[in-house]
Design a protein around this ligand. Structure first.
Ligand code: SF4
Length: 376
């Protein structure tokens, strides 16, 4: 460890005591009543921690309760069909999390007798469980003395030690993991780790931290140097790539054509309407291209109809303009695929299929059109 690193991590024993005492007392009166905090069932802790990765607490609440209602145990999750797991996850995004959760449940049943392991290293050997999630499960569910580091605690800890380096780089990460470990109490680790995350989420907020209300202000180096607005260092601005795509609702006798996204595609495992990039400029050229691409993708020939809607949405670093068309089946047979499904689905059955977010929006206005028009 470098001299600078050593200097920044050093809390005196008295400061550590003060930090723990103040933080735990604050949590006692400020902890939010969240559904996953009502139980220390390791399964529920695990599900909530995976859902909370990259998703806001307010969004996760309903998803969590519905998921636990439908799949209340590891065994039930392991025995579920992957499509049902994806349907429960639909709208949460980052669907790889759901597929890995399902794979991990199967591994827990086959290798750990249906019990989540308590040990961080054993937890990390499961699909989708990294150092943070393993630390959260080990500490919150089993009271193990394991550190955690996620978005809220990265911000909080980097301010507590006034770390001005890049928290996304390995040196910054190493240092913050070390701080997270150094400040852990011997007891009450579950509450302490949850309190750190809660303080980061409610008080030590990204742009306007509420230092006046902060219980750990007396030990905060960023606050005493008035650096809380510049720590952690701002990330470089993301640059976006624009894409133009088309999705086509091909209709045949009250059914529409759906295809499942293949293992190497965006939204692997989920279903969507035939969808692809559009390169042609001008309505006629684009029309021919779209009909040809539907045929290539599905084996079906269609007559392109009107533009139903244009949706704008973002996926990772892409900003996508998606033109949604209606089309009529003309001929051809659905081309079977070895790695994913493709089929005609009656409109009332669209709700049974896990669709990506734009697929669900297209389904909802397609359904609406069916109700409003005898044409469907
Ligand atoms: Fe964050 Fe301010 Fe508290 Fe420091 S004093 S931990 S910057 S809220």
């Amino acid at each position: 460890m470098s001299a600078a690193t050593d200097r920044t991590t050093r809390f005196t024993p008295a400061q550590k005591q003060q930090l723990r005492r103040r933080l735990l007392a604050w949590y006692e009166s400020h902890a939010r009543d969240l559904p996953w905090r009502r139980s220390s069932d390791p399964y529920q802790v695990w599900i909530s921690e995976v859902m909370l990765q990259q998703t806001q607490v307010a969004t996760v609440r309903d998803y969590f309760e519905r998921f636990i209602r439908k799949l209340p145990t590891v065994e039930r999750l392991a025995a579920a069909d992957e499509q049902d797991v994806l349907r429960l996850w639909e709208g949460l995004g980052y669907y790889r999390r759901a597929r890995q959760l399902h794979a991990a449940a199967r591994q827990i049943v086959s290798q750990h007798n249906g019990e989540l392991p308590e040990d961080v290293e054993a937890l990390k050997s499961l699909p989708g469980i990294g150092r943070y999630t393993a630390g959260a499960i080990a500490s919150i569910a089993f009271g193990r003395r394991a550190p955690i580091l996620e978005a809220n605690t990265i911000r909080l800890l980097s301010r507590l030690i006034a770390y001005r380096g890049d928290v996304t780089k390995s040196e910054g990460q190493r240092l913050l993991w070390q701080v997270a470990e150094e400040i852990l109490p011997r007891e009450n680790v579950a509450r302490f780790n949850q309190a750190l995350m809660e303080l980061g989420s409610l008080v030590c907020t990204p742009s306007e931290p509420h230092c006046d209300e902060c219980p750990v202000r007396p030990v905060c180096a960023a606050n005493s140097a008035n650096l809380q607005h510049v720590i952690p260092r701002a990330k470089p601005k993301q640059t976006f790539t624009q894409l133009h795509e088309a999705a086509v609702v091909v209709r045949k006798n009250g059914s529409v054509l759906l295809r499942q996204c293949g293992p190497s595609e965006r939204w692997a495992g989920l279903w969507d309407f035939p969808r692809f990039a559009v390169e042609g400029e001008g309505p006629l050229f684009a029309q021919q291209e779209i009909v040809a691409k539907v045929r290539d993708q599905t084996g079906v020939t269609c007559a392109l109809g009107t533009l139903l809607k244009t949706l704008k949405h973002g996926v990772t670093r892409y900003r996508i303009i998606l033109d949604c068309y209606r089309a009529e089946f003309v001929g051809g047979r659905v081309k079977p695929r070895s790695d994913a499904g493709i089929c005609w689905v009656a409109l009332p059955q669209l709700g049974d299929y896990p669709l990506n977010a734009t697929g669900r929006r297209i389904a909802s206005f397609t359904e609406l059109a069916r109700v409003q028009s005898t044409d469907y």
